[in-house]
Write a protein that binds this ligand. Structure first.
Ligand code: MN
Length: 271
């Protein structure tokens, strides 16, 4: 494992540690701190600092869903709904999901309320490229994090990949996520004794191929054993996001040798 890689792994861990803990909200004090200091305190410290922060009881995504349903049902379609739609998006609700949610609410709370909510939601989700939305949707169905862009190894990949450390003890384990069509170059995990790599499919559909052999499909739960010193590549299917766990098997004199990319002619043959 090289130094750059370790640095990127450590920075991911720091971000995750910071992401836990209380939600900091200042809207109450910013807007009403002087006029209604107690209301501002209850809003920032109790509603957000205590109720919204109880994420061990109910996650932020679910809390967003409950909140926007409550607001739309009352016909509250002002800037407070916009704020909560923006939060819902940050908390992982996709454009497709919000369209489904508001349609559903429309039948129970009233058609005009759904119309008003859609006019706001359309703007909140407007700048979403389909790619970003698909990434969020993929994360929502996967138990391991997607993590951070895999910048340290980007030169050895076609397309965007992401890395999340799962364990750094005993055997290093990473969750590696590939966008559709993303794959790593042909490469060899070299070792004079032991070594090699194990992959376990986590979500979506992908491929593993050894030189001179047919590609093997990887689905959630598929286990792949890659002996040391064998030339191979792995990556996503053309029509699916994909994630696998990668286990780096300890060995002597271990090193990775990165080779040529898997070109489109080779890749497009896979079905
Ligand atoms: Mn490999």
């Amino acid at each position: 494992m090289n130094k750059l890689f370790l640095i990127s792994v450590l920075s991911i861990l720091t971000i995750n540690a910071m992401a836990q803990g209380k939600i900091v909200q200042t809207a109450g004090r910013d807007q009403l701190g002087k006029f209604a200091p107690k209301f501002a305190e209850l809003n920032d410290d109790v509603l957000f600092g205590e109720v919204w922060s109880r994420t061990d009881k109910l996650g932020l995504r679910d809390r967003s869903l409950v909140t926007i349903t409550s607001l739309i049902s009352q016909g509250i379609t002002d800037n407070s709904l916009t704020f909560h739609l923006q939060s819902a998006k940050k908390n992982g609700i996709t454009r497709e999901e919000i369209a489904e949610i508001i349609t559903h609410i429309g039948f129970y709370a009233g058609w005009p309320k759904a119309w008003a909510a859609f006019n706001l939601a359309k703007n909140v989700w407007a700048e979403d490229s389909t790619g970003q939305d698909a990434k969020t949707a993929f994360q929502n169905k996967m138990i391991f994090p997607i993590g951070e862009p895999n910048t340290a190894y980007a030169q050895y990949f076609i397309g965007n990949s992401y890395l999340a450390p799962v364990s750094k003890e005993m055997i290093p384990i990473f969750n590696v996520t590939f966008e559709p069509r993303c794959r790593n170059n042909w490469h060899i995990h070299k070792a004079s004794k032991g070594g090699g790599q194990m992959l376990i499919g986590v979500a979506g559909r992908g491929w593993y191929q050894e030189e001179g052999k047919a590609a093997v499909e990887i689905l959630p739960g598929t286990v792949i054993h890659i002996p040391a010193n064998v030339k191979h590549w792995h990556g996503a299917a053309a029509d699916s996001w994909f994630a696998h766990l990668a286990f780096e098997i300890p060995g002597e004199d271990s090193a990775n040798e990165w080779l040529e990319p898997v070109n489109d002619e080779q890749y497009n043959k896979l079905k």
